[in-house]
Design a protein around this ligand. Structure first.
Ligand SMILES: Cc1cc2nc3c(=O)[nH]c(=O)nc-3n(C[C@H](O)[C@H](O)[C@H](O)COP(=O)(O)OP(=O)(O)OC[C@H]3O[C@@H](n4cnc5c(N)ncnc54)[C@H](O)[C@@H]3O)c2cc1C
Length: 446
């Protein structure tokens, strides 16, 4: 059974729900306005059962959108503040790009300087090759004209960090109730009132504040809040575009090459930065057959968790209406979403395109189901906002394992302090046409 009442009910024990719970409990205690006993987290399965538990764990600042960069810099600070406990590896991150992205990445570097985020920017094909060969003597990617090397960021081991966050929240007195599914919300005075209670399959909880941190299941909670499935978005053309779907789903493709993670060591034998390469160079497989002559991108890192070199490539949009998509990555429809042959070929050919050490290694790609579902917003950037007066929705548009700091900001907003870093992510931006700029990257999240 669930308690009859709790001041704060948080739905979802992923990175956002747990970070919010931990920070909120701390804020309540230090401000003497309550404690962790006022906070209940509900999860239909348990901590890390959603996207957080299958994320590659990459933590970067590299974003074309200034508001995203500022937010990520804040989150990187939270990772750094508890690096060991959160299993965070501060190895840095590299964005390696072709000429089509040069100007955009130069702008990112410039703005990183302005906010004091340390990075090195290398320009020109020969200089980039030399920089990369210093790091990896077998580097061989062609047509690269810029390298942005972020000195902060890196990756964290996803389940280890979830366990650490859950332990921190519980140490503050937060109750994390597992196996409790939220099935409905009671709205005061009909459909437009505040949330007065949360209905679950284990009973009803009255609550003053609700936090929705349901990851790709946000669609279901959005519906319970009686919010619209389609919205009007004022586009870059200044015109309103009605009937845009609020949620769209993408298949996030990731996989593991089953080799010793140490195979990806740098020239000094150390774990290298996370590598992200975008390019328009044609890609060929081990047999010399063309894989693609369109722009493509991959990212990868050594991974002790998955036992190999792990990474991904561009996601694939799922062309079904949001309400028809089955989100549960471990559910019966999983097979229709898992990473497929096409991904395996592109990603392993991409590794060999970058390093000769991976030539002929495509057959070592793990056939275990991998990857998962990401839920995106109309502009593919997060929505962090209050709805129905007392329901805070964290809809991160699949940007979010790295965004551990969002929970710290949400906790402050819940206590009445609006946060400037969250302001560019309000829902009203769609109607007002205050969208984030878009980049030339083949990824919808860069
Ligand atoms: C394959 C993949 C790789 C990724 N890699 C990265 C990466 O390298 N770096 C990065 O920054 N981001 C990455 N992401 C994105 C990142 O994982 C997500 O943005 C983030 O984990 C979302 O966190 P969350 O807390 O919002 O949701 P989740 O982690 O999905 O947690 C939501 C929780 O809510 C629970 N829940 C849902 N509905 C209900 C309900 N009705 N009642 C009760 N509980 C409910 C679920 O059980 C779940 O535990 C990746 C995503 C995927 C799919």
């Amino acid at each position: 059974m669930v308690p009859d009442a709790a001041r704060y009910v948080i739905v979802g024990a992923g990175i956002h729900g747990l970070s919010t719970a931990w920070h909120l409990a701390r804020e309540l205690r230090t401000r003497r306005r309550g404690d962790g006993g006022d906070v209940v987290v509900l999860d239909k399965t348990g901590p890390g059962a959603g996207a957080t538990g299958i994320a590659c764990g990459v933590i970067r600042n590299n974003y074309f959108q200034p508001a995203m960069r500022r937010l990520m810099a804040h989150s990187v600070s939270v990772w750094e503040s508890e690096a060991q406990a959160l299993s965070y590896h501060p190895v840095g991150y590299m964005q390696i790009s072709p000429e089509a992205m040069h100007a955009g990445v130069a702008q990112i570097h410039e703005q990183q300087r302005e906010i004091g985020y340390p990075s090195t920017f290398v320009e020109g094909e020969a200089a980039c090759r030399a920089y990369m060969r210093d790091l990896f003597p077998d580097w061989q990617a062609r047509g690269i004209t810029s390298v942005l090397h972020e000195k902060r960021g890196g990756y964290a081991n996803n389940l280890a960090s979830v366990r650490a966050l859950a332990a921190k929240a519980e140490a503050e007195g937060v109750r994390i109730l597992t196996g409790v599914r939220v099935t409905g919300l009671e709205l005061d005075g009909g459909t437009h009132g505040a949330v007065s209670a949360v209905t679950t399959d284990r009973g009803v909880i009255r609550s003053e504040r609700l936090v929705v941190a349901a990851g790709p299941w946000v669609r279901d909670l959005w519906k319970m809040l009686d919010l619209p499935e389609t919205i009007t978005v004022r586009g870059a053309d200044g015109q309103p575009h009605p009937n845009q779907p609020m949620w769209t789903y993408w298949l996030v493709q990731e996989g593991t090459l089953k080799v010793d993670p140490g195979l990806l060591a740098d020239a000094s034998g150390n774990p290298p930065p996370v590598i992200h390469l975008d390019t328009d160079a044609p890609l060929y497989d081990d047999a010399g057959a063309l894989v693609t002559d369109r722009p493509w991108g991959i990212y990868y890192k050594p991974d002790e968790n998955f036992g190999g070199v792990r990474g991904g490539s561009m996601p694939r949009r799922i062309e079904q209406p949001a309400e028809k998509v089955t989100v549960d990555p471990y559910g019966p429809e999983k097979s229709s979403y898992v990473t497929g042959e096409e991904f395996a070929r592109l990603w392993t050919a991409g590794l060999a395109h970058c390093h000769s050490r991976f030539e002929g290694a495509g057959h070592l790609f793990s056939r275990e189901p991998s990857g998962g579902i990401g839920c995106f917003t109309p502009d593919s950037f997060p929505v962090f906002d209050t709805f129905r007066q007392n329901a805070f929705v964290i809809a991160d548009a699949n940007h979010g394992y790295k965004m551990i700091g969002v929970g710290a900001l949400v906790a402050k907003e819940l206590l009445g302090e609006p946060q400037e870093l969250l302001a560019p992510f309000r829902f009203a931006r769609y109607e007002q046409g205050e969208l984030h700029p878009t980049s030339n990257s083949p990824f919808p999240w860069s």
